[in-house]
Design a protein around this ligand. Structure first.
Ligand code: DC
Length: 246
C-alpha cells in the first residue's frame, strides 16, 4: 500500500469513535493514521496494551497458563504514548512504567506469546474498561480485533479491514526490513498464520467482523484509497445521524 494524505473533512463532530478491526498486518495502523488526519482525531492502537502485558510476562517468565497473575498485570498496566523521539522507523514512543519499550513490544519473544495471552478471558476483561474510556474520550480512531464487536459496539462507524495472508506477510516483512529487524519471509508467514488462528478461534471475543461493520479488502488498493472510502462512509453516517437528530 502507498500512503498519501487525504483531504480533511469539514465540520467533524467533537466526539466520535471509528472502530477499525482486522487481522495482523492488514494495514489497519496506516489506514487509521490517514483517517485520523482527515477527521482531526487521534489513533488508539489497543494492540499496544496486549503487547505491554505480554512484554511484562516475558520479562518475568510468566507463562500463559498463569491467567490470574497475567490478569492482575493487565489490571495495573501503565502505558503512555508520546510523539516519536528518534527517527528509527517508530511512529510513536511507547512507555511502559516510565521505560521506552517501543521496539521491545515488537520482539519475536513478545510475538510468540501474544495471541495465547490475548486469548485469556481475565486479561481481556481487565483491559476492557481502559479501552472503553480512551475510545470514548473524544475524536478517536480505535484499532484492534474486537472493537466493533465487544469493546465499543456503539462506535459511530465500524470497519473490518482484510487482506490476503500473502499480502499481509509481505507487508509485515517489509516493515521489519525498514525497521532493521529482518526475519526470513517464511518465518513471518508462519508467525502471522499462527496468530490469526489463535485470534480467530479464541472463546472470548474472537476476531470476526461486527454484523454492521463495513468489510474492506485492501489487497491491491492503496491505503489512501481505503482511508478515503472510510472517511466518505463516516461523512454519510454522520449526515444521516445529524438528519435524524433534527
Ligand atoms: O495489532 P497487534 O498485532 O499489535 O495486536 C497484538 C495482539 O493483541 C494480537 O495477537 C491480537 C491481540 N489484540 C486483541 O486480541 N484485541 C485487540 N483489541 C487488540 C489486539
Amino acid at each position: 500500500m502507498t500512503t498519501s494524505e487525504i483531504a480533511p473533512l469539514a465540520n467533524v463532530p467533537e466526539r466520535f469513535t471509528v472502530a477499525i478491526d482486522g487481522p495482523a498486518a492488514a494495514g489497519k495502523s496506516t489506514v487509521a493514521d490517514l483517517v485520523a488526519q482527515a477527521l482531526d482525531a487521534v489513533v488508539f492502537d489497543t494492540g499496544i496494551l496486549y503487547r505491554a502485558v505480554t512484554l511484562l510476562a516475558v520479562e518475568a517468565g510468566i507463562e500463559p497458563d498463569n491467567e490470574t497473575t497475567l490478569a492482575s498485570i493487565a489490571a495495573s498496566i501503565d502505558v503512555d504514548v508520546r510523539p516519536p523521539s528518534m527517527p528509527d522507523g517508530r511512529k510513536l514512543d511507547v512507555y511502559l512504567r516510565g521505560r521506552d519499550v517501543t521496539w521491545e513490544l515488537r520482539s519475536p519473544e513478545v510475538d510468540r506469546l501474544l495471541s495465547p495471552i490475548a486469548a485469556l478471558p481475565k486479561v481481556r476483561m481487565a483491559l476492557l474498561e481502559p479501552q472503553r474510556r480512551i475510545g470514548r474520550s473524544g475524536r478517536v480512531v480505535v484499532v484492534g480485533r474486537d472493537i466493533g464487536t465487544v469493546v465499543l459496539p456503539d462506535a459511530d462507524l465500524k470497519i473490518f479491514l482484510m487482506a490476503s495472508p500473502n499480502e499481509r506477510a509481505r507487508r509485515r516483512h517489509e516493515e521489519m526490513i525498514s525497521a532493521g529487524k529482518e526475519q526470513p519471509f517464511d518465518a513471518v508467514v508462519e508467525a502471522l498464520t499462527r496468530r490469526d488462528k489463535i485470534d480467530s478461534e479464541r472463546a472470548l471475543s474472537p476476531l470476526t467482523p461486527a454484523a454492521d461493520a463495513l468489510v474492506i479488502d485492501s489487497d491491491g488498493t492503496p491505503a489512501s484509497e481505503v482511508a478515503r472510502r472510510i472517511v466518505a462512509e463516516f461523512e454519510k453516517t454522520h449526515e444521516a445521524g445529524s438528519a435524524s437528530d433534527d
